[in-house]
Design a protein around this ligand. Structure first.
Ligand SMILES: *Cc1c(COP(=O)(O)O)cnc(C)c1O
Length: 460
């Protein structure tokens, strides 16, 4: 018999979880005004709010915490990280930052001016925030297939070359400081970008004199998808694929809280010396001196080790296949999800799940609350609450997709937890016809309302 897949690690330290009763959860979620961000983590059994900074570090990473060199300048932890980055990404210049959005802040300070446009594939929300804050505009050029949850496409994160070229033709090169390729594309569901697409986007950028840059938070998961889905890469190692990916760009911003499996950290890599010098000035102003960038020496060391582990095939297989396992279980129970599953999360299609809840009553949020009540599982709404209001008319913006995102932390939960999550959703699916009422907003902030919104149940 062929031996089944098993994780390439065992567990040394455990963190106990409290299994609450439905009565407790009813009370807690009411006190939280039906906003899952307001729950205390002890009130959550399985936490799928995010995969950012929530991974489990290895014994080697914890050793780096003890080995951390806290010198202000020139710490050995910095050089460990620099060497790993040179070796893995083959980029000549690097700056540490305290997380991904800080890397965006530093790089964009050096690059973006008012009225610029920045094309890319569904820019991440902080990325878009940092572009718009500079009175520039993010233009989404993701392929249309990304919006159809039921249609299979191996690389739903791809950029539509026609849409991109239209942007390049419409605006002069000096108005387009960079093009951002997000690998994997978070906003469309952790969907990968193919090597072919990266190569073609890069060539198009070069033709029009635009700098191609990665938003690289999940570059290793993207490399795993290239290896397992794209012809010609079956026999290449993850690290060979990563090197080739980076060979097509001139820089990258990185949130290390994702694929580098650390709880905090980020960095920038660049090919151009003068841009590096310009960015260095902003790094010193916003983040800290060039050899620590807002991080403790111990964080730099853990990050260096995390980059090594995060680019190992066995680890990536266990990681991505666990996410796929949740997707398969849900499909077995007929729960509608975005296919194929992405690298870090499964997205449940709440419009199809709860068609009897009016969209004005927040279908995805209703499903998120139901899942918490059913099993103490915390997911996150990617729907109307997140899409917020039109800034001019103040009307709700109804996005094309109403999704419940289940983000899986790295190396944290077992397959029993995965089965539990799937069973909880299956139970709700069984009684979905009876769920006809959603929520009404009682309090909301003028922007980014989803973090602090307060809700009450609609009574009819
Ligand atoms: C998380 C993330 C960021 C921002 O990084 P932080 O570390 O949370 O500041 C940027 N882009 C993508 C694609 C991300 O997933």
């Amino acid at each position: 018999m062929e031996l089944p897949f098993a994780e390439p690690y065992k567990i040394k330290v455990v963190e106990p979880l409290y299994r609450s009763s439905r009565e407790e959860r009813e009370k807690w979620i009411r006190e939280a005004k039906y906003n899952l961000f307001n729950l205390k983590s002890e009130q959550v059994f399985i936490d799928l709010l995010t995969d950012s900074g929530t991974g489990a570090m290895s014994q080697y990473q914890w050793s780096e915490i003890m080995l951390g060199d806290e010198s202000y300048a020139g710490s050995s932890s910095f050089f460990k990280l620099r060497d790993v980055i040179y070796e893995l990404l083959d980029m000549p210049y690097f700056l540490p930052t305290h997380q991904g959005r800080a890397a965006e802040n530093v790089l964009f300070s050096a690059l973006i001016k008012e009225n610029d446009v920045v094309p890319g594939n569904s820019h991440f929300d902080t990325t878009k925030g940092h572009i718009e804050y500079r009175r520039a505009r993010a233009i989404d050029c993701t392929i249309d297939e990304a919006c159809n949850t039921a249609e299979y496409h191996p690389f739903k994160g791809n950029i539509d070359l026609q849409k991109l070229e239209d942007v390049f033709k419409k605006y002069p090169a000096e108005k387009i400081p960079l093009c951002i390729i997000t690998v994997t594309c978070n906003t469309s569901g952790g969907q990968p970008v193919s090597m072919e697409n990266i190569r073609e986007v890069s060539a198009l950028c070069r033709k029009y004199g635009v700098m191609p840059v990665f938003d690289a938070a999940r570059f290793a998961e993207n490399a795993y998808f290239i290896k397992t889905r794209e012809k010609g890469f079956e026999n290449k190692s993850i690290r060979e694929i990563v090197k080739e990916m980076f060979s097509y760009v001139d820089g990258a911003t990185m949130s290390s809280k994702k694929d580098a499996i650390v709880n905090i950290g980020g960095f920038i890599v660049l090919r151009d010396k003068s841009l590096f010098e310009k960015a260095s000035m902003f790094n010193i102003m916003y983040e800290g001196y060039l050899t620590y960038g807002g991080l403790a020496g111990r964080d730099l060391g853990a990050l260096a080790q995390g980059l090594r582990e995060g680019t190992e095939y066995d680890y990536l297989e266990s990681r991505v296949e666990q996410v796929a396992y949740l997707g398969r279980k849900l499909q077995e129970y007929n729960v509608p999800i975005q296919v194929p599953t992405g690298g870090h999360a499964v997205f449940v299609d709440a419009k199809k799940f709860l068609p009897h809840v009016p969209k004005e009553e927040y279908q995805a949020q209703t499903l998120a609350v139901e899942l918490y009540l059913e099993g103490g599982v915390r997911g996150v709404e990617i729907g109307t609450l997140l899409a917020d209001r039109n800034p001019v008319t103040r009307e709700n913006r109804y996005p094309r997709l109403e999704l419940l995102r289940l983000a899986i932390p790295r190396r944290v939960y077992t397959d029993n937890h995965i089965e539990y999550i799937a069973a909880a959703l299956a139970n709700i699916w069984e009684r979905r016809e009876k769920i006809t009422k959603g929520f009404r907003i009682t309090h909301e902030a003028p922007i980014m309302r989803h973090f602090t919104v307060e809700l009450e149940r609609v009574e009819r």
